[in-house]
Write a protein that binds this ligand. Sequence first.
Ligand code: AMP
Length: 224
Amino acid sequence: MVPGVRLVVLGKQGAGKGTQCVRLSHHYVVPHISTGDMLRAAVKTGSAPGLKVRDAMENGELLGDDLIVEMVAERLAEPDAKARGFILDGCPRTTHQAEAVAGLLLPGALDLTVDIEVPTAQALRRLASRRVCTDCGSNYSVSTPPKVNWSCDVCGGEVIQRQDDTEDAIGRRLELYERQTAPLIKWYESRGQLAKVSGLGSPDAVLRRIIRAVEDRRGRGKAR
Ligand code: AMP
């Protein structure tokens, strides 16, 4: 039987986090829990909570910790995540969220936190050419578009540029990443729960590095 995993994935916008998280969730057969995807789905329904968060998201601002933690707590409590684990993507983004997520897990339950590292110039280039499916969130780029007429290869949905992949919003998101999310790398490192992995090269090469980091960690005993 394929073992599950409990993994937090960090990395600045454009590091290839979304792409790797989808692949990791297939590899370990665990749900990919992306707070960004959950929020975009809420916005799409046009519900009152969705409309409330839409403007902040489009401007690249972070949403309140309490809302995010409540959303993640509910999702982690679902049977699939409880039984086999999860790939957590986009959360935590602040130290407060990291503390809250740690509190949601049993001690020693987290296998690892992986930080996917890419230089900012490379991340900016990737973001400018990134295109995503509005239905399932699959990632494409201008140089690797879907096979047919910007319809998603996976689900047939419309593939477009994300609303927050504009120059202003990207600048704001990277600034918030440096200020609020980058300190989490030290936070996890000081707890012996971090592995840094280069995000350069092909998606397959990056995936292999992450899987190796997870397996190394399991071989040496779990994150504390
Ligand atoms: P992402 O797809 O992870 O880049 O998230 C898209 C947007 O959703 C972010 O720019 C924030 O507006 C919001 N968001 C997603 N996750 C979080 C989080 N953990 N904390 C605060 N805001 C978030």
